[in-house]
Write a protein that binds this ligand. Structure first.
Ligand code: HEM
Length: 323
């Protein structure tokens, strides 16, 4: 073989080993734990019967896990010193029910296949399951991730998007994670379920700028309704539905809301006000199938971020602690 071909093959191998992407596979546990998906699904269903929060909490947990250190369940580690990923300010609003879903599913999996399935994979499966169970699209989850051995609060800063972000900021943060602007718009559709605390959008109601206290891109009737549920100095624990119309159904109403000026965060509404992202918002608002297809493939790409495979990382026994 010519030298340059050898070099290229070697570079490909190094790249594959570094990203680990090539090794994920939906049938990864076919021999070692063939029932893993049904065990996780049962555990998710059981948890969902206890609380609907299971859906948004698990979905958001997956996103926050993948954007910091990759999809390696580093966000689930509990630290006695309060300096793990989950203790970072951006993660304090992650609902406990998401963690609990993964912890319970892991216990059920361990009972049948001890030491085989990673917490990272269980989170990926559970995130898909909550989407399906709330009416969203199904897809095959790629598996074979291993659990990370690093979980630090100081690694979170600057790696998660904020509700005040513009399309440029959103796009560049997703691009850093190998995700396109279309992926970003599709994944934002996760805000079709779940809750937000008033503080995350209060500036849009009370202190937008010097000429207009209310964000002019917000539908005035929607702004009024939000002011009623989130008055100034509201109890900081109050959380409201993000999709005002169908808050517990995974559908494309999130995009229809944006067309009406009913996006909750700046980072939601800018997807419609910015000319560059508007056509995709319109497409998803008009065609739920198109949104579902895009969301499913973007979730698969999200699930590939920084994964550890082969001999990297570990298979945790308990999702909240390193072995
Ligand atoms: C595009 C940039 C994004 C921004 C700026 C953003 C920001 C936020 C904020 C501020 C909240 C409210 C947290 C609270 O007050 O409790 C929230 C909730 C949520 N986010 Fe995002 N998010 C983004 C993308 C995503 C993605 C990609 C997903 C999943 C694929 C996601 C899923 C969720 C879910 C399901 C909730 C509701 C959580 C619950 O009810 O417990 N978000 N997001």
């Amino acid at each position: 073989m010519e030298l340059w071909k050898l070099l290229l093959a070697w570079m490909g191998l190094v790249l594959m080993l570094r990203t680990g992407e090539a090794q994920l596979n939906p049938n990864f546990y076919q021999v070692s734990c063939p029932s893993v998906e049904s065990i996780v699904r049962q555990a998710v269903l059981k948890k969902l019967k206890q609380t609907i929060v299971t859906v948004p909490a698990t979905l958001r947990l997956f996103f926050h896990d993948c954007f910091v250190e990759g999809c390696d369940a580093s966000v689930i580690i509990a630290s006695p010193r309060g300096d793990a990923e989950k203790d970072a300010p951006d993660n304090l609003s992650l609902a406990g029910d998401g963690f609990d879903t993964v912890i319970k599913a892991k216990q059920a999996v361990e009972a049948q296949c001890p030491g085989v399935v990673s917490c990272a994979d269980i989170l990926a499966i559970a995130a898909r399951d909550v989407v399906v169970l709330s009416g969203g699209p199904t897809f095959a989850v790629e598996l074979g991730r291993r659990d990370g051995v690093t979980s630090r609060a100081d690694r979170v800063t600057g790696n998660l998007p904020g509700p005040e972000f513009s399309v440029d900021l959103l796009s560049s943060m997703f691009r850093k994670n190998n995700l396109s602007t279309r992926d970003m718009i599709a994944l934002s559709g996760a805000h079709t379920v779940g809750f937000s605390h008033c503080s995350r959008f209060a500036d849009r109601l009370y202190s937008f700028n010097s000429t207009s206290p209310v964000d002019p891109s917000m539908n005035p009737a929607y702004a009024k309704a939000l002011m009623r549920v989130c008055p100034r100095n509201v109890d900081p624990t109050i959380a409201i539905n993000m999709d005002l119309n169908t808050p517990i159904t995974f559908d494309n109403v999130y995009y229809k809301n944006l067309l009406n000026g009913e996006g909750l965060f700046t980072s939601d509404q800018v997807l419609f006000t910015d000319q560059r992202s508007r056509p995709v918002v319109k497409e998803f608002a008009a065609d739920q199938n198109s949104f579902f297809k895009a969301f499913a493939s973007s979730m698969i790409r999200l699930g590939r971020l920084g994964v550890k495979t082969g001999s990297q990382g570990e298979i945790r026994r308990d999702c909240t602690a390193f072995n």
